[in-house]
Design a protein around this ligand. Structure first.
Ligand code: GLC
Ligand code: GLC
Length: 659
């Protein structure tokens, strides 16, 4: 407590000393009084937290106060530069923190170059995004990056310059505004763990500038790299062993967690933190509503650990969060931590990342589809789904990355599953090596030493559509489409923000042509990053085609969700179904209550009427999906892969009058 008070006093004193300098930033501009007052109010509110985080990280450095001052000045300047429409949005969203928890929130993600080529052309697709019901659009990395292999844009050479092939930074800012006018919030990546080796900072380091060499981790020989590697996990073992890259031009080993051209930034250096904070504010002022914080677990290194999820990683993100609250108040963070579920959760709070990918739900939905059993899914969800207030999951089925089996080993053992064997089975199942599997996926990063692997493949190919179409088997096609819809039904109804990988709404299949491109050939994730399929898009209103069937039913569900406040983000309770193949959960909100049931098998499955009665008053339910009335006097039989959203009849009549 004494220590806490001491820090608070030091924070207040520092701010008193700094404030006159900061106020000057505003004094230079005519009519900036209001901006100055708003900024000062937020700075005073956030300062104690920001100061104490930075003191903990950098307080022992001789230039701490200098860095602090520069940071405060940069924040003030950034707020001054912030476009008027964004300040307006800041006000609206600050007054309505829960805006992203609405039942109308619906996410989409795409690569601009794969989808339509350029930012300019992307504008033509805004009506399509609206047809899908999107209110959140994540454009995959689109900044300047090395030619050839650049890890799908995740090797950034400049955070301020859009890749000229895709467009210009001015076009991006314009697009952000146009999307906003269409009710769509722009999401971009903040690739802050590393830069490309062509970023100006890296180039200066290569040229021998010691200040920039300190931006990265450089070693003259193998002694430290060897010592670190004793406890590091290899991320891309089939591309390059270990986590360090030898640079003959510099005669140095460079820390490269991912590819050899992605140089990890050294956040122990306060200059790195400040430089990246400025890049973050630049992105915020382009009109970004949500920043996806890439690879969060890796940003702090500590000898003797796996250098993932270190306490300082949290402090750094929290400090960025405090900066955002002051200089770009509406900006939200989405955590990309694809790690153990406990660690995933550790990044989620209103003070850190308000949003997070939910890799556990993603992986376990696929697990349940393979096993036709929901026990691991239901058990894990029952104690791992709840988030702190003011936070939401981003629930997704596919991303541009591989699927890894990130469930907790003890959760698996608790339901009688051997975790190691199960992961082997799941990899075999989804790469088509398991007899009778419907899935067509590819292995990703098989590690010959550990036997670990992950899976690549599009949603539809993993769900069996590719195989079924090849066989020309209408019954198999039917089942595959049902699997696609079943998985979507869960992310649409379980809470959080559902996120679609664009193309999945049309049942897009694997694209094996990446192997002919040397820059992509050794990265199987490209199999599920195909170019937009124009033909499929044109078939979307034709229910005799597979794309039309998926699109028609999916958009109907998305619209239905928008009418159901019970499905907004909030409480979710796993319910009993007394049937190992049926997932059951209850959602409630705004006086509504929905019991969702989902059959994960291709056989009809019974659910006892008594059980349904337990979850809602009255003897009759309406299934909002099929509009059928269900009497709890009888056993409910779910058809293969059928899902129902049940609401007591009297409530349903009020919730959805005559639609
Ligand atoms: C994240 C990205 C992935 C990339 C990695 C390195 O995990 O999603 O695509 O390879 O970070 O930036
Ligand atoms: C992250 C994840 C890993 C994922 C990779 C990108 O490092 O931890 O599981 O595969 O990004 O592929």
């Amino acid at each position: 407590m004494r220590e806490h008070e001491r820090i608070q006093r030091a924070a207040a004193r520092s701010l008193d000393r700094l404030w006159p300098r900061v106020a000057q930033v505003f004094a230079q501009i005519e009519g900036a009084d209001e901006d100055c007052a708003a900024f000062e109010q937020r700075l005073r509110r956030e300062w104690p937290r920001l100061f104490s985080l930075l003191l903990g990280l950098y307080g022992t450095q001789y230039d701490f106060f200098y860095q602090l001052e520069q940071l405060a000045l940069a924040m003030a300047q950034s707020w001054l530069n912030r476009p008027r429409w964004l300040k307006q949005r800041d006000r609206v969203r600050e007054a309505d923190h829960e805006w992203f928890q609405s039942e109308r929130m619906m996410g989409g993600v795409l690569y601009v170059d794969r989808f339509c080529g350029t930012l300019r052309r992307l504008r033509e697709f805004i009506p399509y995004f609206q047809e899908l019901g999107l209110s959140y659009l994540h454009l995959m990395p689109l900044f300047a990056a090395p030619e050839g292999n650049n890890d799908g844009g995740y090797a950034v050479s400049s955070y301020r310059q859009v890749n000229p092939r895709i467009g210009t930074t001015a076009e991006l800012a314009e697009l952000a505004r146009e999307l906003d006018a269409a009710g769509i919030s722009l999401v971009l990546d903040f690739v802050f763990n590393h830069t490309s080796d062509e970023h100006e900072w890296a180039r200066r380091a290569q040229a021998g500038d010691p200040d920039y060499q300190e931006f990265y981790f450089l070693f003259p020989d193998r002694s430290l790299p060897d010592a670190y590697e004793r406890t590091l996990r290899e991320i891309f073992p089939t591309v390059r062993r270990g986590s360090f890259t030898w640079r003959p031009d510099m005669q140095r080993w460079v820390w490269t967690t991912f590819n050899s051209f992605q140089w990890d930034l050294n956040y122990a250096n306060p200059a790195v933190f400040r430089a990246m904070a400025e890049e973050m504010l630049f992105l915020a002022n382009l009109g970004v509503a949500v920043l996806r914080l890439d690879a969060v677990p890796f940003i702090w290194k500590r000898m003797g650990t796996n250098c993932e999820n270190q306490p300082e990683a949290h402090q750094i993100i929290q400090a960025f969060n405090a900066i955002a609250r002051v200089a770009a108040p509406a900006l939200l963070f989405k955590s990309e931590a694809i790690v153990h579920p406990d660690d995933v959760l550790s990044y989620v709070s209103a003070q850190e990342c308000q949003l997070s990918y939910n890799p556990l739900l993603m992986a376990l939905l696929w697990e349940a589809l393979a096993t036709r059993e929901v026990k691991l899914l239901a058990h894990s969800l029952s104690h791992r789904f709840r988030l702190p207030p003011g936070c939401a999951w981003i629930n997704y089925l596919r991303s541009h990355d591989d699927i890894g089996w990130t469930f907790d080993d003890n959760d698996a053992r608790a339901v009688g599953i051997d975790p190691w064997g199960h992961r082997q089975f799941l990899n075999a199942f989804y790469t088509g090596r398991f007899p009778g599997s419907f899935a067509r996926g590819l292995p990703f990063q098989e590690n010959p030493d550990t036997g670990d692997a992950r899976v690549s493949g599009t949603l539809a190919s993993l769900a069996g559509l590719e195989q079924a179409l090849d066989l020309g088997d209408p019954a198999a096609i039917d089942l595959a489409i049902k699997r696609v819809l079943l998985l979507h039904s869960v992310i649409l109804s379980i809470g959080g923000i559902p996120l679609l990988y664009l193309g999945d709404e049309l049942g897009t299949l694997n694209d094996y042509s990446y192997v002919t491109d040397p820059a992509k050939a050794d990265d199987s994730r490209w199999v599920h990053r195909p170019a937009r399929n124009q033909a499929a898009m044109e078939q979307r209103h034709d229910p005799t085609t597979a794309p039309g069937r998926v699109f028609g039913e999916l958009t109907r569900l998305i619209r239905l969700r928008m009418q159901l406040p019970a499905l907004r983000d909030g409480e979710m309770m796993v319910a009993r179904s007394d049937n190992p193949r049926v997932l059951a959960y209850v959602r409630q909100g705004d006086g509504q209550r929905v019991l969702a049931l989902a059959n994960f098998s291709e056989q009809p499955q019974p659910v006892a009427g008594n059980l349904l009665r337990m979850y809602g008053p009255g003897n009759a339910f309406i299934d909002l999906v099929s509009r059928q009335t269900i009497s709890t006097a009888e056993t409910l039989t779910l058809q293969p892969y059928q899902f129902v959203w049940l609401m007591p009849t009297w409530l349903a009549e009020r919730a959805l009058p005559e639609s």
